[in-house]
Design a protein around this ligand. Structure first.
Ligand SMILES: Nc1ncnc2c1ncn2[C@@H]1O[C@H](COP(=O)(O)OP(=O)(O)OP(=O)(O)O)[C@@H](O)[C@H]1O
Ligand SMILES: [Mg+2]
Length: 501
């Protein structure tokens, strides 16, 4: 809608003066036409439901340059309504101008404002403007994405990075187990091809366990995690199987007397087990079950007690553990999570340390910190961590990367050098090698040798190489000698050497 601003003078000089006057006035009128008084008058006059401020915000006015024409625009989604509104605005504006400009000495107004033709509506919407909105949306989306990523980075406290985990816990990373759907279906490494990366991962874990940074004999480990479902049972069972395959005498103990999973996982009888021994009904030997060809011994839970923590702290429990220590090379205890209940900490305190399973992208740093606190509070040690359910890419790049690995014979950490010197002395720390070298000595030695030979056959030379590389990678280079003279632990105690039974 256009408004013409003029003065009612007749002479030419008056006309010139009047023109200037009108031009100056037109500029002020642009302010008035978009002001609250006009908007309020229009709302009252048309009986609108909307507020004067809303109408005001949609009213725009500008002076056409070098003219006394005022252009008034109203934005409204309905064309007909826009027309009515702009007309009303023009009329209310003219009425207001005439009221404002009326001179007390003269009858008329020194200035007129009149409508120029009918209001024009535009069919081109001012909003939305698709190209502009798409561009704006893309930019905003990008900014939002970058912002969210930065926020996630800042607030994401989930553990994802193996290096960060090692640094945070100040403990070696024993292994990185990738997420594999087949694990949920099959569960155990025995169901996988021996060259499957998952089987290799547990070989690596087993190897690393021999070289953990320990300052006292170690053979009894609790497998735990911060919270439920992180993969403790899966890790404990597969690590036990892998150790048994290497010829170790391994006992896998169900220490989770709340949600036992070992018996189900291995397809064993659960009715008689640890609790049966603890209440004195049977001996360990009577309830210990054999699993698989490699002679893995499993102590399932037995009947579930009402107060597991009490049983786990009992004298009977420490007697059972002492018994197991005497009879096995390695004892793995599958425990409940550390944070909800005290059981795992109690078990860790009675063993040589805990292996903490950390679930990639789920366990938070705070949960790891609290787990460590739980262990420290009972003077239990963290032996190392296992990062479970990692993306396969990460496991590959971290564990099997050739660039990352030391060159054979160079940069050997002390633990490995020591193991090498023992090999030279004919006492290899590698159970496979020991078993393979030792002469057959009755049924037990023959079984171990058979196990080792089978494993050796399963492992291609490249597999072996990988495994040693990872060992070198994850055990800190400044670790004290893990294999020392006179020590009887996983690293020095080798299958077939000085065993009872
Ligand atoms: N690396 C993996 N890839 C895929 N699935 C996995 C992996 N590790 C564990 N799982 C699956 O996650 C589930 C929980 O694993 P598991 O029972 O071992 O955890 P848990 O810590 O012992 O649980 P709970 O606290 O209940 O005892 C199981 O279904 C298991 O098959
Ligand atoms: Mg479990």
């Amino acid at each position: 809608m256009r408004l013409f601003v003029s003065t009612p003078n007749s002479t030419s000089s008056d006309a010139y003066q009047g023109g200037l006057f009108s031009e100056q006035r037109a500029a002020s009128y642009a302010e008035i036409v978009t002001g609250p008084e006009v908007a309020r008058a229009v709302v009252d006059r048309l009986g609108l439901k909307q507020s004067p401020a809303s109408l005001q915000s949609r009213t725009d006015a500008s002076v056409v340059p070098n003219t006394v024409i005022l252009k008034v625009t109203i934005t409204d989604p309905v064309q007909a309504r826009a027309r009515v509104l702009v007309q009303a605005v023009a009329q209310e504006f003219i009425a207001l101008v005439q009221k404002l400009e009326r001179s007390p000495n003269r009858a008329g107004s020194p200035i007129n404002a009149s409508l120029l033709g009918a209001p024009v509506t535009s069919s081109t919407p001012v909003s939305p403007v698709p190209p502009r909105n798409v561009g704006l949306g893309a930019v905003l989306g990008l900014l939002l994405g970058v912002g969210l990523a930065a926020l996630r980075e800042a607030f994401d406290t989930k553990v994802r990075d193996p290096d960060e985990l090692m640094e945070f816990t100040n403990a070696p990373l024993l292994g990185t187990v990738h997420f594999d759907n087949a694990v949920a279906k099959k569960g155990l490494i025995t169901s996988f091809n021996p060259r499957d990366p998952l089987v290799e991962v547990f070989r690596v874990l087993r190897t690393n366990l021999q070289f953990v940074r320990v300052d006292q004999p170690s053979k009894m480990f609790v497998v735990t995690s911060a919270v439920a479902g992180d993969g403790k049972t899966t890790t404990a069972c597969n690590l036990a199987i892998s150790l048994a395959r290497a010829g170790y005498r391994v006992a896998l103990v169900e220490g989770d007397l709340r949600r036992p999973g070992v018996a189900t996982g291995l397809g064993l009888e659960r009715a008689a087990g640890l609790t049966t021994v603890l209440i004195g009904r049977l001996d360990v030997a009577q309830v210990m079950q054999k699993w698989g060809e490699d002679g893995l011994s499993v102590l399932t839970s037995g009947a579930l007690p009402p107060h597991p923590a009490e049983l786990l702290q009992s004298r009977a429990m420490s007697d059972v553990l002492a018994d197991l220590r005497k009879s096995f090379d390695v004892v793995l205890i599958d425990a409940p999570p550390l944070l909800p209940v005290t059981d795992a900490a109690l078990l860790a305190a009675q063993s040589d340390g805990a292996i903490l399973v950390v679930r990639h992208g789920a366990t938070s740093r705070e949960q790891v910190r609290m787990s460590l606190e739980r262990l420290t509070s009972v003077h239990a040690r963290l032996v190392g961590t296992v990062l479970n359910r990692s993306p396969k890419r990460q496991v590959t790049s971290y564990a099997y990367s050739y660039e990352y690995a030391p060159v054979r014979g160079r940069h050997r950490p002390p633990a490995t050098r020591s193991a090498n010197s023992e090999r030279t002395a004919g006492k290899s720390a590698d159970p496979e090698e020991v078993s393979a070298r030792k002469p057959a000595n009755g049924g037990r030695a023959a079984r171990k040798r058979a196990n080792a030979e089978r494993e050796a056959r399963e492992l291609a030379p490249s597999d072996r190489f990988d495994s040693s590389l990872v060992t070198d990678t994850v055990v800190p280079a400044d670790a004290p000698e893990a294999v020392g003279p006179g020590r009887r632990d996983l690293a020095t105690e080798r299958p077939g050497e000085g065993r009872r039974g």
